[in-house]
Design a protein around this ligand. Sequence first.
Ligand SMILES: [Zn+2]
Length: 115
Amino acid sequence: MALNYASKINKIRTFALALVFIGILVMYIGIFFRSSPVIMSITMILGFLFVISSSVVYFWIGMLSTKTVQVVCPSCEKSTKILGRVDACMHCDEPLTLDPELEGLEFDESYNKKQ
Ligand SMILES: [Zn+2]
């Protein structure tokens, strides 16, 4: 089943990685403003902040990982982590659920919100 949905942990990880690149990019842009120390220090601080927030996000993933349930994916038979009521496999994006009531239902991320 091909779903346009990625595992939550994978999504957060991609976001954290993007933050690192944005931070490096912003600092790199700062190099072009060597003549203006003000702009250069602003871009350097901003880029540094992006890199710092990325490590915060990585820390947050670590905290979230302790709350996940490790299961073996029925589709690709690799172990994956489920966060919330429904989540996707980290390897093949197969939708997975821990709730028997949702079994066989069409995948919807709104199941994660409390009703
Ligand atoms: Zn899988």
